[in-house]
Design a protein around this ligand. Structure first.
Ligand SMILES: [Zn+2]
Ligand SMILES: [Zn+2]
Length: 294
């Protein structure tokens, strides 16, 4: 299912796919949110309040695509695992399911014309068994800036556990912004870079379904691929560059002294199962590529 975005034709588009407004527990109006992201130069913004579908797609412009969406919580009675799903491009008149099972949320999003992301697994307390029990979503939040307030923004171990067990799930970084002006770092804290032939909702859905993107909190990834038995990554100047595979497979490169790295490479083989790249810049901000399977 994975397409390497660095080998695809098209342009890069920066998007935030998880956003709250006063329609639920966010502290800015829909109009204010759109203005914030437009002023920051984002290309794609999804408004995804809790339990209520947004109706913003008609306000898209040539410069900025707006996606209707909703965040849906699964039923968690009787000690069942608890999930949040960000449902994107669902019809604004669709009836949001009241107390659904997790797989019903995923199916509902598809039925209503969209797709879903598995939100903030660290915050939700999802273990590997929970994460492998849900099927058909198009990505898991490897980074959720809204969870910085409890130091659980980064779910990379959860993601690796899924990949290790064979779930071919892309990683996504999002803001999950609730604050008015980004207090706590939940505005412009994490985003996805989508490689697409055009700026449209069908193109976003296709890029998500095929993992044709990478995500970042700051650094840009310039290239990532395989060549003659080696995986390589090129990036903006970074303190650390990691190439990571299943279980104990991987290679970490760390800059010495005040130096910075712009690339790394590692010999890889089938025992790695896959390789993904993770970059850390001088401010500690990360970027993640999706895996390439070996
Ligand atoms: Zn949530
Ligand atoms: Zn949320």
């Amino acid at each position: 299912m994975f397409v390497n975005p660095f080998r695809q034709q098209g342009n890069w588009y920066r998007g935030n796919l998880h956003t709250h407004t006063r329609a639920s527990d966010g502290q800015a109006s829909v109009e204010e949110r759109i203005r914030q992201y437009r002023n920051e130069g984002y290309d794609v913004l999804a408004i995804t309040d809790h339990g209520v579908t947004s109706e913003v797609a008609d306000f898209s412009t040539d410069e900025m695509l707006l996606l209707d969406g909703v965040e849906v919580s699964s039923a968690a009675s009787g000690g069942a695992p608890f999930y949040h799903f960000v449902c994107l491009n669902v019809h604004p008149d669709a009836t949001v399911p009241g107390s659904p099972s997790p797989n019903d949320v995923i199916a509902w999003a598809k039925k209503e014309g969209g797709e879903s992301l598995l939100a903030h697994p660290y915050w939700s307390g999802n273990d590997a068994q929970d994460l492998l029990a849900v099927h058909g979503h198009v990505g898991v939040e490897v980074y959720n800036a809204g969870c910085r307030n409890i130091n659980k923004a980064c779910s990379s171990v959860h993601w690796d556990n899924m990949l290790n067990k064979g779930a071919r799930t892309p990683g996504i970084a999002v803001d999950d912004v609730h604050s008015a002006e980004g207090q706590g770092g939940d505005l412009f804290g994490g985003w996805v870079m989508l490689k697409m032939p055009e700026l449209s909702a069908p193109a976003v859905l296709e890029a998500l379904r095929t993992g044709c993107h990478y995500c970042s909190c700051g650094p840009r990834v310039l290239d990532f691929g395989l060549l003659e038995g080696k995986a390589y990554v090129q990036c903006e100047p970074a303190r650390e560059v990691h190439l990571m595979g299943a279980n104990w497979h991987g290679l970490s490169c760390c800059a010495r002294g005040d130096g910075l790295l712009r690339e790394a490479q590692a010999e890889v083989d089938a025992e790695w199962k896959y390789v993904r790249a993770e970059v850390v810049d001088a401010e500690g901000r990360r970027a993640w590529t999706n895996p390439i399977y070996l």
